[in-house]
Design a protein around this ligand. Structure first.
Ligand code: CNA
Length: 261
């Protein structure tokens, strides 16, 4: 299925000069990390997102946030990249993909070997004290937190303030320097590959429109429908861990090998 679309996507990538990928939670579901909006993902079943994962909610009830986060944090600690992450890393090695703009906080693109990654919704590498603003590596705090089953709030060793993971919550501003760098990529790009995003969360959801306005072609791979399906040059409804490697294989089959100096 989708053989013609795979070939067309590969041809478009080979003709492009500046391709970028825009990824969402769907690229990490094959790594075992649930997304937000797929039915039965479980992340929102027992919780109101605006209550637990918003900046206001966090400031009022960090205990609820840390309880909600515990099962997800456990999965994030052990998750490994899947063939979709590796396919994008390969496309960068081939000199075709210039960068990955990701909404994911899970670090899996970097673990897969992608070099230029814009984490526009933050990441779980670090946490910041909301009282004294000291930034800490998150990892050393995780063992005790996970052992508590999410009942323990992470606190600043220096001032005792609450630590907030460096992930962007609802109602929080995106990291401006990263977001602006991603926007510069979009203004330059002539090809955007969107993989595993519902394209419902703004401002990122506007990026494919901005890329098209800058003259870029659009390849869309997602399990469910999105508002961009009809305007994309290639739309594939399927698993990114299946289709991205197949597109990259088709690229490699046509691309002459890089010259070794
Ligand atoms: P989303 O709104 O949950 O949408 C995910 C989309 O991916 C859905 O449309 C699914 O149909 C689709 N999908 C799921 N699995 C696959 C698959 N294997 N192949 C192809 N498509 C698939 O997630 P978005 O990223 O669009 O929304 C942005 C939110 C989700 C951001 O704030 C993220 O930080 C947040 N999030 C991130 C992670 C993570 O870091 N892995 C996990 C959960 C949520």
């Amino acid at each position: 299925m989708y053989e013609a679309e795979i070939q067309q996507a590969a041809n478009m990538l080979l003709r492009s000069n500046h391709a970028v990928a825009l990824t969402g939670a769907g690229i990490s579901t094959p790594s075992g990390i649930p997304d937000f909006r797929s039915p039965d993902s479980g992340l929102w079943e027992k919780h109101d997102p605006m209550a637990v994962a918003s900046l206001i909610g966090f400031r009022h009830r960090p205990d609820l946030f840390y309880q909600w986060l515990a099962p997800l944090a456990k999965t994030l600690m052990t998750a490994q990249p899947n063939p979709a992450h590796y396919a994008l890393a390969k496309l960068e090695t081939l000199g075709i993909l210039k960068s990955v703009i990701t909404q994911n906080i899970d670090l899996l693109h970097l673990k897969a070997g992608s070099k230029t990654v814009y984490e526009v919704h933050g990441h779980v590498r670090e946490a910041t004290c909301i009282s004294c603003f000291t930034v800490y590596q998150a990892e050393p705090f995780m063992k005790e937190y996970l052992e508590s089953g999410g009942t323990k709030i992470l606190r600043c060793p220096s001032c005792g303030g609450v630590l907030k993971p460096n992930v962007i919550l609802f109602g929080e501003q995106l990291p401006l320097n990263i977001f602006n760098a991603a926007k510069r990529e979009i203004q330059q790009c002539d090809m955007m590959v969107v993989a595993g995003s519902s394209l419902e969360v703004y401002p990122v959801a506007d990026m494919p429109r901005q890329a098209r306005a800058a003259g870029a072609k659009l390849i869309l791979i997602n399990l469910s429908e999105t508002d961009y399906d009809r305007v994309a040059d290639v739309t594939i409804h399927g698993d990114v861990a299946d289709f991205l490697p197949r597109i990259v294989q088709a690229v490699e089959a046509q691309k002459p090998p890089l010259e070794v100096a």
